[in-house]
Design a protein around this ligand. Sequence first.
Ligand code: NAP
Length: 281
Amino acid sequence: MSAVLMDGKGLSARIKEQVRAQVEKMSRRPGLAMVLVGEDPAAQVYEAGKRKDCKQCGIYYETYRLPGDVNQEELVEVVQLLNQREDIDGILIQFPLPEHLDDRAVQLAIRPDKDVDCVNPSNVGDLILGVDSFRPCTPAGVMRLLKEYDIDPTGKRCTVVGRSNIVGKPQAMLMLLSDATVTVCHTKTANLKEECLRADILITAAGKTGLITGDMVKEGAVVVDIAINRDDQGKLCGDAVFDQVTPKASYLTPVPGGVGPVTRAILMENTLCAARRHGKG
Ligand code: NAP
């Protein structure tokens, strides 16, 4: 058996086209602002991607670039300014912030109805309670990919590797809300292989090249690889050893071209949704 590779690029293009078609009919267009602190080269690449996506979808976009030594008050002031602007429906902050800044204070400062990546604790609470609100883009992208391939989590055993606040935890919660039986693994997990082997759906977001080997995957399991790593040749890869996992899995997300592009498309959808909440139509 060889896994079906889940085409995140294709799905992303379809989602963005749907967003574009809806935006085209609106009299006031949605707007997204991204706040970047410091000069992290990876963040600059993400920023360029978001700018391009917004252009494709007809969404107004702007970036606030703040120096790495910006103080807390100045950063919160920028967020508050964006909170007040009617042309901006979604606010995205590149986390983690430099150490001298307080992530939580900034997350709390984002108006919940503009919090398109679901980082404000009130939206995180709604997520846990299963209340309809924004979903964080990456975990929501994974759910969309599963849906696209008719993979129903109901009653399935799901193992999530990783428990970060932005990926692992919300991913586990979304799988639970979709009626999977969920196990969450991390660096203190006693027997990672055993936990992974149990999974009908294995979702990995550890950020460790080579972590998931073929012998950790149950025959026929669905493997979703969220991680974006580099191998020793500097090539992009996920946590799963592709050549070993492909013959075992029924479905697998490639890296690149799997979860990443869908994450970007969900951000466009969330921005459209925020604009509708703000009465734009
Ligand atoms: P993170 O904050 O570093 O969290 C990594 C998690 O993995 C932690 O919970 C850690 O456990 C766990 N972990 C690390 N090594 C492990 C091991 N050997 N065994 C078991 N668990 C292990 O990273 P993140 O922000 O969640 O991102 C995870 C990955 O997803 C990264 O590669 C990132 O680039 C990628 N990512 C991709 C997208 C996308 O759109 N595709 C979006 C966001 C992130 P502890 O809690 O015990 O430390």
